[in-house]
Design a protein around this ligand. Structure first.
Ligand SMILES: NC(=O)c1ccc[n+]([C@@H]2O[C@H](COP(=O)([O-])OP(=O)(O)OC[C@H]3O[C@@H](n4cnc5c(N)ncnc54)[C@H](OP(=O)(O)O)[C@@H]3O)[C@@H](O)[C@H]2O)c1
Length: 336
């Protein structure tokens, strides 16, 4: 079967198209023909090496896919041939709190991922996808959507009383915008580009901040919130944005620490966390049960993922190149 492998630490230009042996399901396992896969920022880190705990070489990249069950192993009860499914990001995290042992089983980093025609994983590592979702739409969910969901509603407790700050217009922030809008939260969203903010204004955004025009964007966030600050920040920028995120947060507020898009070695002044009694919480995607709760919410509110662009399987590296240019809003998908 056709697939791709990360074999070196040479970055995306060194990802190889390869022929792989087709996996067959053993007892308790499910074989799925992948129809679509989506990219996450994390997939650049995998290609460049050094990704914490999940740095196996060679590895089939990408965590996020959707497809159809084509065969099942002995004893499988959760799925049947023909079912439409997504594998979960942390293969062995089904429920309960996160544990060290689960974190070595992340798709496309610790174990082979979905950028190949067929995958086999244990039956516990799949969820059924909504009937009204295409494979392209479903392939956007396992990482970015679940991370946003976990930050807002599992480790977070965001309600209509809260103001939420979202940074940028990538996969995590776009899903967070859609989810938090549905519970009636007030949202402030930053972006580098006015045209990207316009995409969100069309979806109902009332408070957009262009952080190129406002390098001290935390002051704009404070102005918008009448100098109170926001209740929650979904912090995807990392050291380059964290200090301004802390300064954007109200007394007793929450900073959900998710990613590192900006200046990984920047220094920050953390004392505002103490003076304003903030809670800083690390977020790591989510469990299968969280994924299932998110799917119920998505169905109830008829949420449709924002897919920026699709690329065919044979042009998978063009999808990586496009995503690395940061011209996208929402998700970039590869179709098989
Ligand atoms: N902890 C977890 O479990 C987890 C899960 C998923 C993702 N992540 C992390 O979260 C981050 C976002 O992931 P993603 O997949 O959503 O990324 P993505 O889709 O590639 O989003 C990139 C977008 O972020 C914005 N951005 C870049 N630099 C920024 C800055 N300095 N300030 C504000 N926005 C900035 C840009 O949008 P604009 O041009 O609109 O500003 C850019 O297009 C990554 O660091 C990723 O590794 C972590």
């Amino acid at each position: 079967m056709k697939g791709y492998q990360v074999q070196t630490t040479g970055g995306i230009e060194d990802i190889k198209a390869v022929t792989l042996s087709e996996p067959e399901p053993g007892p308790g396992e499910v074989k799925v023909k992948i129809h679509a896969a989506s990219l996450n920022y994390r997939d650049f880190g995998i290609a460049e090496g050094g990704y914490y705990r999940n740095d196996v070489r060679p590895i089939v990249p990408l965590s996020d896919g959707a497809g159809e069950v084509v065969s099942i192993g002995e004893g499988v009860t959760r799925f049947a041939v023909g079912d439409r499914v997504c594998p979960i990001f942390v293969r062995d995290w089904v429920s309960g709190p996160i544990k060290e042992t689960y974190l070595h089983s992340c798709l496309g980093g610790g174990v082979d991922g979905v950028l190949r025609e067929y995958v086999v994983y244990p039956e516990h590592a799949f969820v059924s996808i909504p009937d009204n979702f295409s494979y392209v739409q479903a392939a956007t969910l396992p990482c970015a959507a679940l991370t946003a969901w976990n930050a807002l509603f599992e480790l977070g407790n965001v309600t209509s009383d809260d103001t939420v700050l979202l940074l940028g217009t990538g996969g995590v922030s776009t899903f967070a915008f859609q989810f938090a809008s549905k519970v009636g939260s007030r949202i402030v969203l930053t972006s580098s580009m006015e045209s990207k903010l316009d995409v969100f204004r069309d979806m109902g955004l009332t408070h957009g901040v262009n952080y190129k025009d406002h390098p001290e964007w935390h002051k704009e966030v404070q102005r918008i919130t009448n100098e109170r600050g926001v209740d929650y920040v979904l912090e995807v920028g990392g050291p380059g944005t964290l200090e301004r995120s802390l300064k954007s947060t109200c007394v007793g507020g929450h900073v959900q620490l998710i990613g590192v898009l900006d200046s990984p070695r920047a220094k920050i002044a953390p004392m505002i966390t103490v003076f304003n009694a903030l809670t800083v919480q690390g977020i790591y995607v989510g469990s299968r049960e969280m994924f299932e709760r998110m799917l119920l919410f998505i169905s109830k509110h008829n949420i449709m993922p924002v897919v920026d662009k699709e690329f065919p399987f044979d042009s998978a590296l063009d999808a990586y190149r496009y995503m690395s240019s940061q011209r996208h809003v929402g998700k970039v998908v590869i179709t098989f």
